[in-house]
Design a binder for this molecule. Structure first.
Ligand code: NAD
Length: 326
C-alpha cells in the first residue's frame, strides 16, 4: 500500500514511517520541517517539503503520488501554547486537516489515521481512561483534535472514508535511529536526559502536593515503537470499519519515578527542583487500552519504564545535539 504520512519528519511520524517501510509499505512524507528534521525521514520514503496550509500543494501531492491511505501526524502540538494562542489550534490545526481531508476525499482515498490525544479527557470519572469516558477537551489543542475526529465521523458517513482516531497518552523512547528532538522541548523524559547530558542544570517538578503516592503527577508513557505498531494494526483493520482507540501502556509512572529511573540509567544525579503546579495539570492520566488489545491484538513490547528511558538515553547520548549533529 502507498501511504501519505503528514508530519513524517517529526518524532512519532518518523518512527511510523520507519516501521511502515520495514513492513514493506511505500511511504510519501509531507512535512514543512517546522518542527521536523529531514534527517529523520527514512531513506526509502519519498519526501515532499510542503505546508498543509497550502491547499494546492496538498492536492498536488495526492495527484502526483496517488496514496491509498493517510496517516496524519502534522500538527501544532502544545497544550500550553494553545491556551496562549487558540487561533493556531482551533484555526490552523483544523483548517490544515480540512485541506488534507478535502484532497483525500477528492482523490478517492478511503483510509485515514489521525493522531488524536489524551487531552480529550480533562475530567475523567474513571482511571484508567476508557473510550467510553466523556469527552471534555482540556485546551484548544484537545478541542482541535476533537473537531477533526468529528469531521472524520461525517466523512465516513458521507464519503465512506474509514478512519481510526488514536488518542495517545505520552509518547516516549526511541528506536536505534530515531528519537525525540523538539525545539523548544517540553516533554519530561528528554528534558531529564538533557540534564544528564549537562545541557540543563536541573529539571523542574511542577507540584509535589497532588493526591498521588509521592505527590507528583502520574502519567502513562507509551514507547514510540508501540505507538507506531498500533498505527499499522489500525490501518489493516480499517476495511472492517472506523474506530477510536485510547493508546497508552496502561500503567502510570510519577514524575518522581521518571527522574529516579533516569538517575539509575544514566548514573547522573539529575538535580530536581520543585516549582508551583501548572494550571490544568490533572493529578493522574492513565490510558485504558483494552479495546485495541481485544480488537486488534495490540500488545506493547516496551511497557517497562526502564526500557523506555534506556532507549531514549541511548539515542540522546548518540545524538547529544539531536538531528543537527547527525
Ligand atoms: N508526542 C506526544 O506525546 C503526543 C501525544 C499525543 C498526541 N500527539 C500527536 O501526535 C502527532 C505527532 O506528535 P510529535 O510529538 O511527533 O510532534 P512533532 O512536532 O515532532 O511532529 C509534527 C511534525 O509535523 C510537521 N508539521 C507541523 N505543522 C505542519 C504543517 N502545517 N504542514 C506540514 N507539516 C507540518 C512538523 O514539522 C513536524 O515534523 C501530533 O499530531 C500530536 O498532536 C503527540
Amino acid at each position: 500500500m502507498k501511504i501519505l504520512v503528514t508530519g513524517g519528519a517529526g518524532y512519532i511520524g518518523s518512527v511510523a514511517t520507519e516501521q511502515l517501510i520495514h513492513a514493506g509499505q511505500s511511504v510519501v512524507v509531507f512535512d514543512n520541517l517546522y518542527q521536523g528534521h529531514r534527517e529523520a525521514v527514512h531513506r526509502q520514503a519519498a519526501f515532499v517539503q510542503g505546508d498543509l496550509a497550502d491547499a494546492a500543494a496538498v492536492d498536488a501531492v495526492f495527484a502526483a503520488h496517488q496514496p491509498e491511505a493517510v496517516m496524519h501526524f502534522a500538527s501544532h502540538t502544545l497544550v500550553g501554547e494553545s491556551m496562549q494562542d487558540p487561533f493556531r489550534y482551533l484555526g490552523d490545526n483544523v483548517t490544515n486537516a480540512l485541506n488534507l481531508l478535502r484532497a483525500a476525499v477528492t482523490h478517492g482515498v478511503r483510509r485515514f489515521i489521525l493522531s488524536s490525544t489524551a487531552n480529550l479527557f480533562d475530567a475523567p470519572q474513571q482511571i484508567p481512561i476508557a473510550e467510553t469516558e466523556a469527552i471534555v477537551p482540556g485546551s484548544p489543542y484537545g478541542e482541535s483534535k476533537y473537531i477533526i475526529e468529528r469531521f472524520l465521523h461525517w466523512m465516513d458517513h458521507i464519503n465512506g472514508l474509514r478512519f481510526a482516531a488514536l488518542r495517545y497518552f505520552n509518547a516516549a523512547g526511541a528506536t536505534e535511529d530515531r528519537g525525540e528532538d523538539h525545539h523548544p522541548e517540553f516533554h519530561l523524559i528528554p528534558i531529564v536526559l538533557q540534564v544528564a547530558l549537562g545541557q540543563r542544570e536541573h529539571v523542574t517538578i511542577f507540584g509535589d502536593d497532588y493526591g498521588t503516592p509521592d505527590g507528583t503527577c502520574v502519567r502513562d508513557y507509551i514507547h514510540v515503537s508501540d505507538l507506531a505498531q498500533a498505527h499499522i494494526l489500525a490501518l489493516h483493520a480499517l476495511d472492517q470499519g472506523s474506530r477510536v482507540y485510547n493508546l497508552g501502556n496502561g500503567q502510570g509512572f510519577s514524575v518522581q519515578q521518571v527522574i529516579e529511573t533516569a538517575r539509575e540509567i544514566t548514573g547522573h544525579p539529575i538535580p530536581a527542583r520543585v516549582g508551583p503546579r501548572r494550571p490544568g495539570d490533572p493529578a493522574t492520566l492513565v490510558a485504558g487500552s483494552q479495546r485495541i488489545r481485544d480488537e486488534l491484538g495490540w500488545q506493547p513490547q516496551f511497557p517497562d519504564l526502564r526500557n523506555i528511558i534506556a532507549s531514549a538515553w541511548r539515542w540522546h547520548r548518540d545524538h547529544p545535539h539531536g538531528y543537527a549533529g547527525a
